[in-house]
Design a protein. Structure first.
Lengths: 594, 228
């Protein structure tokens, strides 16, 4: 097959604050054949997005530079030697790009149809009416329902999946030879992700275009790619045909990436971590030079040998054991209705929760799974009284939470805590870690004096596997995984009996996600907390939970033991749709690489 | 009017401009900073309450804001001056402070609206932090950069606003020199072609304004842990 895009020895540097230059991409080489699909895989900071931006010429002109000796060749032309205007002609017409966030890549004040038509008018020289007519065809082609009406819709009137379809329509408008898709499905729900992946595969064969697919998700890769390039720290770790790389990876890092995803079959007692594969010395630079992320491997975790072998159910923590005590948490017919303003005076009510009922025992983990808008976050917030429910009852240890006065509730708060999704947003940037950890103790009068509270904070730090000297630092100095550990430590300061984990590992890279999941398991077995684990990721929920609640449209559609959900038996229609949408199913069935 | 003995010349009564500007700085800097602190304080507190609580608290404070911005500025000054019934530096500070908080209020209210739904505030509520704690310990440091920038702008505005007050007769007493009263004298001189009093005063103001802007910028950076 002819080579369409050739990248050779690409090196890109960014200017640091001190004026020094740091290489983010260090000698990357790969090729994209005509009408082939190449996946660029890596975690955050691996340089995969920077490489693709370099191809599009979208790197910030100041503060970044492509080093001499780099080569980007598209259809035989040297792209780095082109003038900016030549390059603009090429990008957009022959190369186009789909970004991760459809909401922020569409201009909110223009109609969807006009934005696509603009592409056609610019590159194909069409008149406005011609362009709109062609846009209509494109909308039909990308599977937008009612394309005529969607032409006149503003971006906010479309759902996330529809927005991404508009972006794709825009990208294929000029029949590009190469489509670069930078995490196009990461921001979407799993069922929508499936639709978009199918659409991309379909369009590729119809238009005979090459696809450079950038993602962190190996499952997605296995579904779509023919050729895989695994990147880490700005270098290519391994590349080759997808079937080979994914089933028999040679590089230790690729093996680690494949292994640290929670598997759909079997339930290992703990997830392997990247450090297990790369060795301590190599693992250190993984978090960008901050040594603490690997420290827990050596200090707090008394690690046994890592194995992916399935353990008998009884050997894992408490799985399958019958729970005899009274439930810790009982939710009875919980409802929540939001009033949404419509028009000038009208209101429309939206039921986020419809009579949700479940119970949770001490030391147990209940997974709540569902897509965005299914009410799972509202559920978590309602339990914390961060949102007032409109109906139903929440009994915690037999006490009705809604009936408590402010003072009684303040005391109850110690027993229920919540860890939020985004560790970048949930820590006050102006507080040091010590202040963050000691604040709940102050508020609840834990510890007799500062000294005692500080001692406890030190204890918490080692409990979550962070170095003690981190206490005087601010949140921004930590990586995402470390911040999430801090957020967990803040909750632990109050010694809760129930910890609500609201998408707490969703914002993390897979390797870091494995570390945090292991930490959560360890903490549960030592502290005996109950978890309410809310997530959209079925594999992750399944890995951590004893029982699972599947939610859709504010209702519980199915409840059952975690392992039973994946046994291939009969399930609720919606659950089956969710299960079928998980990317990379055959990848997992092929078995683990080690 | 230009006396050979006087550096930078003299005004029409033969007083040294250099000395006048220096003495005037005393009053102006005091008025500017004190009034700016007062206005920023009022604006911040009202903005914090309106933005954080929303609902009827917000409606009430918004109404107050509406009243203050709806009344023409000069009328408002007259009204407050009439109530205070006396002249002097303290009165000027009160007039400027009580009328100048509206801009700060709008910005701080918007910041609080934005921050109160942030996850870190929600997290603070989850661990049981009181409303006051969330408002002033958690959110306030995160919006302090807005307050500081406003503060430095207000100082400049109020030093200039003193001119208006002097012109209206609510300025400093005749025996007190301020940059406002100096600027008040300059239009008549300019007509006669004498510009040095305006120039000297202007330079002094520019220096102070620059210095104060640098001070607040440095303060902002020093308070932001991300810039350390």
């Amino acid at each position: 097959m002819k080579t369409l895009l050739e990248i050779s020895q690409l090196r890109v540097s960014f200017r640091q604050e001190e004026g020094a230059w740091r290489e983010a991409v260090r000698g990357v080489s790969f090729t994209v054949p005509e009408s082939g699909v190449v996946a660029l895989v890596g975690e955050s900071g691996s340089g995969k997005s920077v490489s693709s931006l370099a191809v599009m010429g979208l790197l910030p002109p100041r503060g970044s530079r492509i080093e001499a000796g780099s080569l980007i060749r598209f259809a035989g032309q040297d792209m780095l030697a082109m003038t900016p205007s030549q390059r603009r002609q090429l990008c957009g017409a022959d190369i186009s790009m789909v970004f991760q966030e459809p909401m922020s890549s569409l201009n909110p004040v223009f109609r969807a149809g006009d934005q696509v038509a603009e592409m056609l008018r610019l590159h194909e020289g069409m008149t406005r009416s011609q362009a709109l007519e062609r846009t209509r065809e494109l909308f039909e082609e990308v599977g937008l329902p009612d394309p005529g009406q969607k032409l006149r819709s503003y971006p906010h009137m479309l759902s996330g999946g529809q927005q991404q379809r508009v972006m794709i329509a825009m990208a294929i408008a000029c029949k590009p030879k190469l489509l670069i898709a930078d995490e196009p499905t990461t921001a979407l729900d799993v069922t929508i992700q499936r639709q978009i992946l199918d659409l991309l595969a379909d369009l590729r064969s119809r238009y005979q275009m090459a696809l450079l697919f950038i993602t962190h998700d190996l499952g997605v890769v296995s579904d779509i790619a023919e050729h895989v390039v695994v990147m880490r720290d700005g270098q290519v770790r391994e590349q080759g045909p997808a079937s080979e790389v994914l089933s028999a990876p040679k590089d230790a890092y690729t093996q680690a990436l494949l292994a640290c995803r929670p598997p759909l079959q079997g339930r290992p007692s703990r997830l392997p971590q990247v450090e297990d594969f790369l060795g301590a010395a190599n693992g250190a630079d993984f978090t960008g030079g901050k040594a603490s992320e690997k420290q827990d491997v050596q200090t707090t975790h008394q690690r046994e040998t890592v194995s992916l072998q399935e353990e008998p159910l009884s050997a894992g923590h408490q799985h399958g054991e019958p729970f005899v005590q009274a439930p810790l948490l009982q939710v009875l017919g919980l409802s929540k209705t939001f009033q949404i303003r419509q028009g000038l005076f009208g209101f429309r009510s939206f039921e986020a929760l419809k009579k949700v009922t479940f119970s949770l025992k001490r030391g147990e983990t209940l997974g709540v799974v569902g897509e965005s808008g299914c009410g799972k976050t509202t559920l978590g917030l309602s339990l914390m009284r961060l949102q007032a429910p409109s109906g139903g009852k929440v009994l915690f240890d037999g006490i009705d939470l809604a009936a408590l006065s402010e003072t009684q509730w303040q005391a109850m708060r110690r027993r229920i805590q919540i860890v939020f999704q985004n560790p970048y947003a949930s820590l006050n940037p102006r507080f040091t870690v010590a202040q963050i950890l000691m604040e709940p103790m102050h508020i609840h009068g834990i510890g007799r004096n500062e000294r005692e509270r500080l001692d406890r904070a030190i204890g918490l730090m080692s409990q979550v596997g962070l170095p003690v000297d981190a206490l005087n630092r601010y949140p921004h100095e930590f990586s995402g995984g470390q911040r999430q550990r801090i957020a967990i430590a803040r909750c632990l300061a109050l010694e809760p009996e129930l910890l609500i984990l609201d998408e707490s590992v969703s914002a993390l890279d897979v390797s870091v996600q494995a570390q945090v999941l292991n930490l959560l398991k360890d903490l549960q077995s030592t502290l005996g907390m109950a978890y309410l684990f809310i997530s959209h990721d079925l594999a992750v929920v399944r890995y951590l939970s004893d029982r699972i609640l599947v939610m859709n449209g504010g209702e519980v559609v199915e409840e059952g033991a975690a392992d039973a959900l994946f046994d291939g038996g009969k399930h609720h229609r919606y659950t089956e749709r969710l299960l079928a949408s998980i990317p990379g199913q055959h990848l997992r069935i092929q078995g683990n690489p080690i | 009017m230009r006396a050979a003995t006087l550096f930078l010349g003299a005004d029409k009564w033969g007083r040294s401009i250099a000395l006048k500007v220096m003495k005037g700085a005393e009053t102006s800097v005091l008025v500017g900073i004190a009034a700016a602190l007062l206005a920023t304080f009022i604006g911040t507190v009202l903005g914090a309450f309106a933005g954080y609580w929303g609902g009827w608290v917000d409606a009430l404070i918004e109404w107050l804001y509406g009243v203050f911005t709806a009344i023409p500025y000069l009328l408002l000054v007259f009204a407050i001056a009439a109530v205070l019934q006396q002249k002097g530096v303290f009165t000027i500070i009160l007039i400027l402070g009580l009328t100048g908080w509206t801009g700060v209020y709008r910005l701080i209210r918007a910041e609080y609206l934005k921050h109160k739904v942030r996850e870190y505030v929600l997290a603070a509520e989850a661990i049981g932090a009181s409303h006051a704690r969330r408002m002033f310990v958690h959110i306030l440091p995160n919006v302090s950069h807005v307050i500081l920038v406003q503060l430095s702008q207000q100082v400049v505005n109020f030093i200039k606003a003193e001119v208006i007050l002097s012109f209206l007769g609510f300025g400093v007493p005749v025996d007190v020199v301020s940059w406002g009263s100096i600027l008040n004298e300059t239009p008549n001189e300019l007509i006669l072609g004498y510009g040095w009093q305006l120039m000297t005063c202007g330079l002094a103001m520019a220096t102070l304004v620059t210095a104060f802007a640098m001070l607040t910028d440095a303060l902002r950076d020093a308070l932001d842990p991300r810039l350390k």
